[in-house]
Design a protein around this ligand. Structure first.
Ligand code: GRG
Length: 295
C-alpha cells in the first residue's frame, strides 16, 4: 500500500504542476475570475481521477503529456462540480478541501462563473491538438466527457440527488443516482486512456466495469465519511446528507450493509481487471485503497 501511496503522491505533484500552468494569466483574463478558478482548482484535492488517468495511460503507453492534459480537463470539471455543489442553492456548504468554499472566499456570482469557466476550459484543453494529434480521438474524448457530465450524466445525478430529499429511493434508484453523479466521471477517467490509445475492446470493457464498481465503492465510503467521518480530516462538513434528508447508500442500507456492499463491489472491481493481468496490480491495490480511505 505504501508503494501505491507514493505513486498517488507522485501523480498528484505532476497534475498540480500541470493545473497551475494551464491557469496561467493571459492578456485577456479577468483577475477575480482567474483567482477564484485557481483558488478552487489548486486547493488540496486528492486527485484520484487524475491518478486513474495517468496510471492507466502509463499501462496503455499513452504519451504522458496527452494524459496530463486529459487529467487536467477532468480535474477542472470535477472542481466546477464541487464549486457549484457547495452553492447555497445546492448543498450550501461553507468548507471544501479544508478551506472556505469558493462562494464564501469570493462571492456567489464569482463562484458560479468560476465553475462555468472551468467547465469550458476543460473542453478547450481536450479540443487542442496538443492533447492528441488525431482530431477524431479529440472528438471522441469530448463526446465521452460531455456524455458523462451532462443532462444524461453528472448533472442528471445532481438533479436526482436534490429530488431525493423529498422521496424514498430503493437500492436500484440510489445506484443509478450515484452512477450518474459520481460513477460517470470515474468512468471517463478509466476510459479516456483507452480512447487516447485506441485500446482493444476487451481492455475497454474491463476498465468500464472496473470504473463503475470503484465509483460506487468511492461513493459508499463518501457516504460513510459524511455520516461518521472527521471534518478536520475530510476537509468538508459532515452530516450534510442527514440534515438535508438526502438519500444515500448509508441512509437506505445502514452502515453495516453499506460496508458489506462496498466490499462486494471492491471484489467485483478487482475481478474485472483480469484481462489486464499483472499490469493491473496497482489498480487492484487502488480499489482496496478507496474502500479504506479516511478522507
Ligand atoms: C450546474 C448549478 C450546477 C450544479 C451542478 C454537477 C454538480 C453541480 C454536482 C456534481 C455532483 C457532485 C459534486 C458529486 C460529488 C462527488 C464527490 C463525492 C466528490 C468528492 O470527490 P473527492 O473526494 O474530492 O475526490 P477531492 O476534493 O479530493 O477532489
Amino acid at each position: 500500500m505504501n508503494d501505491l501511496k507514493k505513486l498517488i503522491n507522485h501523480s498528484r505533484q505532476d497534475i498540480n504542476k500541470k493545473l497551475k500552468s494551464l491557469l496561467s494569466p493571459t492578456k485577456k483574463h479577468n483577475k477575480s475570475l482567474l483567482d477564484a478558478m485557481t483558488y478552487s482548482s489548486l486547493s488540496p484535492g486528492k486527485r484520484l481521477r487524475s491518478f486513474l488517468i495517468l496510471s492507466i495511460s502509463s499501462i496503455l503507453k499513452v504519451p504522458k503529456e496527452f494524459a496530463l492534459r486529459v487529467a487536467s480537463a477532468c480535474e477542472f470539471v470535477h472542481t466546477y462540480s464541487l464549486i457549484h455543489d457547495d452553492l447555497p442553492s445546492m448543498d450550501d456548504a461553507n468548507l471544501r478541501r479544508g478551506k472556505q468554499s469558493c462562494h464564501i472566499a469570493f462571492n456567489e456570482a464569482t463562484a458560479i462563473l468560476a465553475g462555468d469557466a472551468l467547465l469550458t476550459l476543460a473542453f478547450e484543453i481536450i479540443a487542442h491538438e496538443k492533447t492528441h494529434p488525431n482530431p477524431l480521438i479529440r472528438c471522441k474524448l469530448s463526446h465521452s466527457l460531455a456524455k458523462a457530465i451532462g443532462f444524461n450524466g453528472m448533472v442528471a445525478g445532481q438533479m436526482l440527488d436534490i429530488e431525493s430529499e423529498k422521496k424514498t429511493l430503493n437500492i436500484e434508484e440510489i445506484t443509478n443516482l450515484q452512477n450518474l453523479k459520481t460513477g460517470n466521471l470515474f468512468n471517463f477517467s478509466c476510459i479516456a486512456p483507452c480512447i487516447l490509445s485506441s485500446a482493444d475492446k476487451i481492455i475497454y470493457q474491463a476498465l468500464e466495469k472496473f470504473s463503475y464498481n470503484i465509483g460506487l465503492v468511492f461513493q459508499i465510503t463518501d457516504d460513510l465519511l459524511n455520516h461518521n467521518g472527521d471534518t478536520k480530516i475530510i476537509g468538508k462538513p459532515t452530516n450534510i446528507d442527514e440534515k438535508k434528508h438526502k438519500k444515500t447508500f448509508v441512509s437506505i442500507l445502514g452502515t453495516n450493509t453499506a460496508l458489506k456492499l462496498a466490499k462486494t463491489l471492491t471484489e467485483q472491481a478487482i475481478n474485472s481487471l483480469n484481462p489486464l493481468k499483472d499490469k493491473a496490480n496497482f489498480l487492484k491495490k487502488f480499489a482496496y485503497f478507496i474502500i479504506k480511505r479516511n478522507r
